[in-house]
Design a protein around this ligand. Structure first.
Ligand SMILES: Nc1nc2c(ncn2[C@@H]2O[C@H](COP(=O)(O)OP(=O)(O)OP(=O)(O)O)[C@@H](O)[C@H]2O)c(=O)[nH]1
Length: 301
C-alpha cells in the first residue's frame, strides 16, 4: 500500500477533517470529513472565513476569532482552540481546531494556514456531565453544599459592595425518621426528591437552593430582607403542609421547619449568617415544628 493511500485510510479512521485557509482570498478549502462533520458534502458548499464565523456559536465566536487573528498577526506558529459550530440540522458540534501557518510571503506575512478539525462533542458532553455531578446533589438535583458555599461567597461580597442584605433559610423536614421507619428508605428518598422540586418551584430565579445534608436544605436569597424571606418560606411551608405524596396509600404528609437570617454589614462571611439561620431553625423545632422562625425572634424559644 502506498503512503498516500495509507494516510487517507488513517485519516478516514480518525474522523479528522482537514482544511487550509488561503489568507489572500479568505477561502477555506475543506475536505469531505470536515464538511461531513457539519452535515454538508463537498459539492454543496464553498466555505469562506465569513461562512466559518457565521457558523460559530455566539458564546465562542469572539474567542475563536481572536485565536485566528492572533495566529495571523502574532509571533506564534500554531493555534489550538475549542468551539461549537452549527451543524446543518441545527445541532451544535464541539470542534477542536488545531492549525499552523503553512506559508509566509517574503515579508513574513502569513499566506496559508493549514489545520484539522476534530469532533470532540462526546468528550464535551462527558465533561459537562461530570461538572454537573460535581456541583449537584445526586438525589434531589439541587446544588450540593460545596457549590452552595461558593455561590454564598460571591453573594456575600456583592452584598457588602452594594450594602443590600441577603437572607439565608435553613430548612429541615419534620420527623423524617418516621417516614423512613414507616415506609422504608426508598420511599423516603422519593419524598426528599419531591420536596426538592416543590422548593425549587417556590423560589425566584435569582435564589439558590441546596441540599445541606440528609433531610436538611438551605436557601440563599440575594437582595432580600428578612420579612420577604419569611413570606417566601411561609408560602412553601403552607404548600408542603397541604401537599400529599401519593407514592403510598394513604398518601404521606410531611411538614418543614425553617430558620431565617438576614445578613448584616458586620458579618465577615456568609458562615455567620448560616449560623444564625441554624439557631433559628433549632428554635422552630423547639417551638413545635411546622413553622418558620426569623433569627431576630428566636430568643423567644
Ligand atoms: N430516605 C432517606 N433518608 C434520609 C436521607 N438522609 C437522611 N435521612 C434520614 O432522615 C432522618 C433524620 O432523622 P432525625 O435527625 O432523627 O430527625 P427527624 O426525624 O427529621 O426529626 P426532627 O428533625 O427533630 O423533626 C433519619 O432517619 C435519616 O436516616 C436520605 O438521603 N434518604
Amino acid at each position: 500500500m502506498d503512503a498516500k493511500r495509507r494516510l487517507d485510510l488513517a485519516l478516514d479512521a480518525s474522523e479528522i477533517g482537514i482544511y487550509h485557509i488561503d489568507l489572500r482570498t479568505g477561502t477555506i478549502c475543506a475536505d469531505a470529513r470536515y464538511l461531513a462533520m457539519l452535515g454538508y458534502s463537498l459539492r454543496e458548499i464553498n466555505p469562506t472565513l465569513d461562512w466559518w464565523r457565521s457558523a460559530l456559536h455566539p458564546h465562542e465566536v469572539d474567542g475563536a476569532n481572536e485565536s485566528l487573528v492572533e495566529l495571523i498577526n502574532g509571533d506564534g506558529e500554531r493555534l489550538r482552540s475549542e468551539y461549537r459550530m452549527r451543524h446543518r440540522d441545527g445541532r451544535w458540534i464541539w470542534v477542536e481546531d488545531r492549525a499552523r501557518i503553512a506559508e509566509r510571503d517574503e515579508h513574513g506575512q502569513p499566506l496559508l494556514i493549514i489545520g484539522v478539525h476534530i469532533d470532540i462533542s462526546q468528550r464535551k458532553r462527558a465533561e459537562q456531565k461530570l461538572a454537573y455531578q460535581a456541583e449537584h446533589d445526586q438525589l434531589t438535583h439541587l446544588l450540593n453544599r460545596h457549590s452552595f458555599l461558593y455561590s454564598l461567597k460571591r453573594v456575600h461580597a456583592e452584598s457588602q459592595r452594594t450594602q443590600r442584605p441577603y437572607c439565608i433559610a435553613m430548612l429541615d423536614l419534620d420527623l423524617f425518621k418516621q417516614v423512613n421507619d414507616t415506609y422504608g428508605h426508598l420511599v423516603g428518598d422519593r419524598v426528599l426528591s419531591n420536596f426538592a422540586k416543590l422548593l425549587r418551584r417556590s423560589l425566584r430565579e435569582a435564589d439558590w437552593a441546596a441540599r445541606w445534608g440528609g433531610e436538611e436544605f438551605i436557601v440563599l436569597m440575594p437582595n432580600t430582607e428578612a420579612d420577604q424571606a419569611q413570606r417566601s418560606m411561609e408560602r412553601l411551608r403552607k404548600t408542603l403542609a397541604t401537599a400529599r405524596f401519593g407514592m403510598v396509600e394513604p398518601p404521606i404528609r410531611v411538614t418543614v421547619s425553617a430558620g431565617i437570617a438576614e445578613s448584616s454589614m458586620d458579618d465577615r462571611a456568609g458562615d455567620e449568617v448560616i449560623k444564625r439561620a441554624d439557631t433559628a431553625l433549632y428554635a422552630a423545632k423547639h417551638l413545635g415544628r411546622d413553622r418558620v422562625c426569623p433569627a431576630s425572634a428566636c430568643q423567644m424559644a
